[in-house]
Write a protein of this length. Structure first.
Length: 307
């Protein structure tokens, strides 16, 4: 019999990540929240690796966990996330990445938060990067935390404002009813911009979206992700998706404002490069400069291939 009394639906959208998925699923086994209070939904976004087999084995080996696997034919993260909304039988939907390792109290802390703040419509937890070689790159700075999904605004619950941006896609939760009211994720966006898109769509209905530090997780960062070629490609995609997001909103003024914003940031990145150069931290400045110029170029391009 289907349980419609779950408190939280944990959604894992995955695409050809069989190298990381087992550890992500293993972290679910160690959750302190009562197993009857949450469900897990693995949304396979047309993987061609061992994702299906790994998922089915996890379900078979852990019958006490309310977990189901579904295959989403339409390719793109937004399609997968929207499928999660349809499959969820809980008032709160928590999205985590297939390379995320949840802290043992992750779901319990999310539940505690939404009980304590009944008016809240969304939440984003702390994200701690877990590097493959165990070391943060020498070029990393606060300006590039978004590249590895790092999110840390301290140890107190805070309401998201402009200075805090928005929850990281690898650790964000929204009430199902607000996601439906917002129209769900934008299927025209197949990359990171759907995190920002849904945040602002939800915020237009309610600004009660909070940073919840105790609902934290590790986000695995492999060496490929840090490769310069991938670094450039990611920021090209970021700029391109921002343009698509604004086009989908039919906002000509927004497009113009964003163009000037990216031009300003590209110019500012040159100044930061000079500052870091003087400090003897050339790599930090170099990567900031490359990130902002690639974002601008991506915004100006007609299209950038995502997968």
């Amino acid at each position: 019999m289907e349980n419609n009394n779950f408190k939280i639906a944990l959604i894992i959208c995955t695409y050809n990540r069989d190298r990381y998925l087992p550890e992500a699923l293993e972290s679910i086994r160690h959750q302190t929240m009562d197993l009857s209070q949450f469900q897990v939904i693995i949304v396979d976004n047309r993987s061609t690796d061992n994702t299906a087999a790994i998922s089915q084995k996890f379900i078979k080996d852990n019958p006490a966990i309310n977990c189901k696997y579904c295959f989403e034919e339409n390719k793109g993260l937004s399609f997968a996330r929207n499928r999660g909304i349809k499959e969820a039988n809980a008032p709160v939907i928590s999205y985590v990445d297939d390379d995320a390792i949840l802290s043992p109290h992750f779901l319990e802390e999310m539940d505690i938060f939404f009980n304590k703040y009944p008016g809240a419509v969304g939440a984003g937890g702390k994200v701690i990067p877990k590097y493959e070689d165990g070391k943060e790159p020498v070029w990393m700075s606060k300006y590039l935390y978004g590249f590895v999904g790092k999110l840390d605004h301290g140890n107190n619950i805070l309401q998201f404002d402009e200075s805090m941006k928005y929850p990281a896609g690898c650790n964000m939760a929204y009430k199902k009813e607000i996601l439906i009211a917002a129209g769900g994720f934008n299927n025209e966006l197949k990359f990171r911009s759907d995190d920002k898109y849904i945040f602002y769509k939800v915020k237009s209905l309610s600004d009660k979206i909070y940073y919840v530090p105790d609902a934290w997780l590790f986000h695995y960062i492999d060496s490929y992700r840090l490769d310069m070629k991938n670094f450039k490609k990611l920021f090209l995609k970021t700029g391109n998706e921002e343009k698509k997001r604004l086009i989908s909103e039919k906002s000509r003024v927004g497009l113009l404002k964003k163009l000037f914003e990216f031009i300003f940031k590209a110019a500012a990145s040159f100044i930061l490069w000079l500052i870091f150069l003087v400090k003897g931290q050339y790599p930090k400045g170099k990567y900031i400069l490359i990130s902002q110029w690639c974002t601008l170029i991506g915004f100006l391009k007609k299209d950038v291939f995502v997968r």
